[in-house]
Design a protein around this ligand. Structure first.
Ligand code: 13P
Length: 257
């Protein structure tokens, strides 16, 4: 973390939890976030967005959608528009999560379309980027990340458009094998430098989150990295005690640090 940027601790619930779980998890996050020094956000499954909006409304926990479509409306069965997310109380939307890219065929052009739609609807996109293990092992990490970042940045219309970026190496997601803080530092440095090429001021304020097997034991190590501005958490965010601990984590006092 850096003194200029408040870390964001975000929980991506993916396709998990009942309505009652969603309420309980959101209530725990609100309680943990009350006087925490980090910002917090949760990304519930679509059907629970309204329920969770009622819980987190007026609190320090922001709401986000896990994806959106690039079109405003139309015959896109099962898709959700950015405007719908906005009207449900969302502030954020994930764009190009690796599971959307790998399992649902979202390519860079599609992801860029969702990012543009998010901005036009008034949402803050969280552009997710990350290399596969094969891309890392063949020395292509930097080129993959910059390609994905460039596709998203092309949709930015001006300095006032909000943006968060999440670096989530595919090989670290759900595997229990997190990147090292040094690996995150390298990747985040590349990403921030790329943002600086088009907008130096934005590069100083854009939050770049690390995601991939983050837990209460390792989050403190990531928050120590100057270019890491928080975390995007999957599995460990489904445990309210763990997520609460991570919302309250700091580089100095992180649980287990
Ligand atoms: P895990 O924390 O389960 O590795 O998931 C990370 C992720 O994909 C968050 O979006």
């Amino acid at each position: 973390m850096s003194a200029n940027r408040i870390p964001l601790i975000a929980g991506n619930w993916k396709m998990n939890g009942s309505r009652a779980d969603a309420r309980a998890w959101a209530e725990a996050a609100v309680a943990a976030a009350g006087d925490a020094s980090n910002d917090a956000a949760v990304f519930p499954p679509y059907p629970w967005l309204g329920e969770v909006a009622g819980v987190v409304g007026g609190s320090r926990v922001a709401l986000g959608g896990q994806a959106c479509h690039g079109e405003v409306s139309g015959a896109y069965t099962a898709a959700v528009s950015a405007g719908m997310l906005m009207e449900t109380g969302c502030r954020y939307v994930l764009c190009g999560h690796s599971e959307r890219r790998a399992l649902f065929g979202e390519d860079d052009a599609f992801v860029a379309g969702t990012l543009g739609a998010a901005l036009r609807a008034g949402l803050e996109p969280v552009l997710c980027v990350g290399e596969t293990l094969e891309e890392r092992e063949t020395g292509n990490t930097q080129s993959v990340l910059l390609r994905q970042v460039d596709a998203g940045l092309a949709e930015i219309r001006g300095p006032d458009d909000p943006l968060t970026i999440a670096y989530e190496p595919v090989w670290a997601i759900g595997t229990g094998k997190a990147a090292s803080p040094a690996e995150a530092a390298e990747a985040h440095g590349w990403i921030r430098a790329r943002v600086a090429e088009t907008d130096a001021e934005r590069a100083g304020r854009v939050r770049i989150l690390y995601g991939g097997s983050v837990n209460p034991e390792n989050i403190g190590g990531f928050l120590e990295v100057p270019d890491v501005d928080g975390a995007l958490i999957g599995g460990a965010a489904l445990d309210p005690a763990k997520f609460s601990a991570m919302i309250r984590a700091t580089p100095a006092t992180a649980p287990g640090a």
